[in-house]
Each structure stands twice: as C-alpha cells, then as structure tokens.
Design a protein around this ligand. Structure first.
Ligand SMILES: Cc1cc2nc3c(=O)[nH]c(=O)nc-3n(C[C@H](O)[C@H](O)[C@H](O)COP(=O)(O)O)c2cc1C
Length: 192
C-alpha cells in the first residue's frame, strides 16, 4: 500500500470546473468566476459566494443567476473575472464577453460560453465567510451546433465544450483529457 501524506483540511478536490456566474437583469449585468460549485441534484446547483463579493447583493436582489461553462480559449477572461470586482470594473468591456439577456427571466448569460444554466435562487445557507446559494435550474442553453437530437434525446458533443478545470490547492487551470467510457455501463462488468 502507498504511504499517505496528511495535509490537514485543504480544498484538494479535483477536478472542479471554473465557471462564470452572471447576475443582474436586462439593464445591468455583472459576472464573476467561481470554483466552489457543484450539482446537488439534476436540477439544483450549489455555489459558495464570499460575503464581500459584489455579485452576492445583486443575486439576492434579483433572486436569480446563471452558471456559464467557459471553454479553455476564455482562460484569460475567466481569471480576470475572478480578480476584478464589478464594484469598480466593467468586466464585459474589459474581457469582450457578451451578456445576453434574452432569457426567460432576463438574468444574463455569457454568450461566448457554450453551456448556460439559468437559475432561480432557491435557498441560502449562511456559513462563516461565505453563503451557500442553492439555485433551481429553470432553463439550459447550449450552442445549437454542439447538440444533435438522437431519437428525440439531446446528444451533446462533449469534447467541443472544452471546459476549464480548476485545481484549487495549487491554483492551477487544466483542461479535460479523453473519454474513458460510458457511465452506468463500464461497471456492469463487475455485476454478478
Ligand atoms: C479560479 C477562481 C475561482 C474562484 N472561486 C470563487 C468562488 O467559488 N466563490 C467566490 O465567492 N469567489 C470566487 N473567486 C473570487 C471571485 O471571483 C472574486 O472575488 C471576484 O472579484 C468577485 O467579483 P464581484 O465583486 O464582481 O462579485 C474565484 C476566483 C478565481 C480566480
């Protein structure tokens, strides 16, 4: 057995996506980068927002946000959106990213991201330095050239999404590797 080094409590959870959260309405929009993010169930996302982030107040006011999955070619913009604050910067102008507000709720989505989840704020859980926001996904937008309908079911060209993967404990961005197999299928080899 390999010896284990014990590092204490760390955020060594890998891989996690670096996502863009957009907030606001049809008149004003802001965007920030998050990596404390995950699916809670198939229609619910959880994001951890620092209490001092400018976006938190906007999300609370509008009761909505969008989760946008950026491709690797947006790396510089993604890092910038995690350094600059909408309090003092227009992140759209600085990055060239486009806020689309032709969504059902009017909450902005990032046009250059191939996947966008429109969410309604469901619940807040207050923690020490941050607030865990639970969002109910009300619509999913995917670039049409990355989806085909097979037997009425959407099939997404996974490789074309090319998401940015964040390795928090070393502050590094990575990209995805190759497909390994089909979920709920490869393990069947071990079924009795
Ligand atoms: C890779 C990366 C991941 C981040 N993850 C989070 C996060 O999960 N939650 C959070 O509140 N801030 C996170 N941040 C920091 C915010 O994006 C940053 O504080 C931002 O300036 C807040 O923008 P705002 O003030 O316009 O809301 C992250 C930054 C980077 C670069």
């Amino acid at each position: 057995m390999t010896a284990k080094a014990q590092l204490g409590p760390t955020d060594l959870m890998f891989p996690i996506p670096a996502a863009l959260i957009a907030c606001g309405d049809r008149d004003y929009q802001n965007v920030l980068t998050v990596a404390w993010i995950g699916m809670v169930d198939s229609q619910t996302v959880g994001i951890g927002l620092l209490k001092n982030s400018y976006s938190l107040g906007i999300i609370r006011e509008k009761q909505a946000f969008s989760v946008n999955i950026p491709p690797t070619k947006l790396l510089e913009a993604v890092d910038y959106c995690g350094i600059a604050s909408g309090r003092s910067a227009d992140k759209w102008a600085a990055t060239g990213l486009t806020a689309r507000t032709d969504t059902a709720s009017g909450v902005p989505i990032v046009a250059e991201c191939p996947v966008n989840l429109e969410c309604r704020l469901l619940r807040e859980i207050e923690l020490e330095n941050l607030v865990l926001l639970l969002g109910k996904i009300t619509e999913t937008y995917v670039d049409a050239d990355k989806v085909t309908l097979v037997g009425g079911q959407p099939r997404i060209d996974t490789a074309s999404l090319d998401p940015i993967v964040f390795f928090a404990v070393a502050d590094e961005y990575w990209s995805l590797g190759r497909k390994l197999g089909d979920a709920f299928v490869v393990g069947r080899a071990l079924l009795p």
